[in-house]
Design a protein around this ligand. Structure first.
Ligand code: UT7
Length: 326
């Protein structure tokens, strides 16, 4: 059975920046509150005419270049977003057409901010089954286009980004050593962005009545997130029979510095082992982990052969972790 090796990574961050001073100018907030409660200083924002798949196409092309592959080499493209350009077609199909991946099947899936872990598991299953050799996982979101900028509880948090990784079949490389994904649908109302369902009770709870914008029960999500991330990370290590001493870098989903800090304390590891970019990007939803992975590779924080843990949580509620050898 072949293993799934990361062949290449790519990312895209839009140019425009909303710093905390800008947020202060549009909503009743301040740099001190945002920094102390979240750790965020800046978030990047897509241009008015720049949407989720526009960012994803650039990240996808960069991942192909990094892998030394052409678009024709891809056999499957899977795409996760909570801000798709359309209900249909799938973002994966838009990207497939744009990059000319003529040999690739393409579909979208949604595990919110946990999606890169879920995508890693999906890719690994297709590769292990022998059905496909080269699978691209793309996570991209234009959350700033689904944000209510009158709601200070959410608008200071989000930024836009796209990240992509290509998994390739390899008989020698250990690839993914252990992974786990989970869901708790009883918490499905904790983070919502309504599309077509007219759920009056939910809308009532909102500060704004613009039903398409993101709404979140922040405290409840925060409590869930700390335990979910620490437990998932510990679980993949146990499955693989390894300890944190064997791990070079932990790349967590980054929604809030306090969540990461508390999760890291529960894991019992040093902060130096954790890759953080929250300060400059904010919460970029599913793209956070692949973007951080890409940065870690580009900055030389991980080398071939290093073991890393990717761990996340998000709407659904969902969570997951993957322990892999880069
Ligand atoms: O990617 C996955 C999804 N998202 C998350 O994981 C987010 C999880 N949750 C969080 O990160 C935190 O709950 C938040 C950062 C969203 C909020 O932090 P908190 O410590 O839970 O604050 P809070 O909601 O309890 O609000 C505390 C106070 C409130 O004022 P009062 O009622 O105490 O007077 C809020 O109105 O802070 C106020 N507040 C703000 N003040 C200044 C809320 N947002 C702001 C703001 N600026 N932007």
């Amino acid at each position: 059975m072949p293993n799934s090796k990361i062949a290449g990574v790519g990312m895209y961050i839009p140019e425009k920046v909303y710093d905390n001073a800008y947020m202060e100018s549009i909503v009743d907030t301040n740099d001190e509150w945002i920094t102390r409660r979240t750790g965020i200083k800046e978030r990047h924002v897509s241009a008015d005419d720049e949407y989720t798949t526009d960012m994803a196409v650039i990240a996808a092309k960069r991942a192909l270049e990094n892998a030394g592959m052409t678009a024709e080499d891809l056999e499957l493209i899977i795409f996760a977003t909570v801000t798709p350009d359309y209900f249909t077609p799938a973002c994966a199909c838009v990207v497939q057409g744009a990059i000319g991946a003529v040999n690739a099947a393409a579909f979208d899936y949604n595990a919110a901010c946990s999606s890169f872990i879920t995508g890693t598991v999906i890719a690994d299953q297709f590769i292990k089954s022998g059905m496909y050799k080269n699978v691209m996982v793309i996570c991209a979101d234009c959350l700033t286009k689904a944000t209510d900028y009158a709601d200070r509880a959410t608008c200071v948090l989000f930024g836009d980004a796209a990240g992509a990784a290509i998994y390739t079949a390899d008989d020698e490389h250990p690839g993914i050593l252990a992974a786990e994904i989970g869901s708790d649908g009883s918490g499905c109302k904790a983070i919502t962005s309504l599309a077509i369902r007219n759920d009056e009770e939910e809308i009532e709870k909102r500060i704004s009545h613009r039903k398409e914008t993101i709404w979140m029960a922040g405290q409840a999500v925060m409590k869930f997130a700390v335990k979910a991330m620490a437990d998932a990370s510990n679980a993949v290590l146990e499955k693989a029979g390894l300890t944190y001493d064997d791990v070079k870098l932990v790349i967590p989903h980054q929604a809030n510095y306090r969540i990461v800090d508390s999760a890291v304390k529960r894991m019992g590891i040093d902060k130096d082992k954790v890759f953080l970019h929250l300060e400059k990007f904010g919460n970029t939803s599913a793209s956070c982990i692949p973007v951080a992975l890409c940065e870690a590779v580009m900055e030389g924080r991980i080398q071939r052969g290093d073991k890393i843990i990717l761990v996340g949580f998000g709407g659904g509620l969902t969570w997951g972790a993957a322990l892999l050898e880069f």
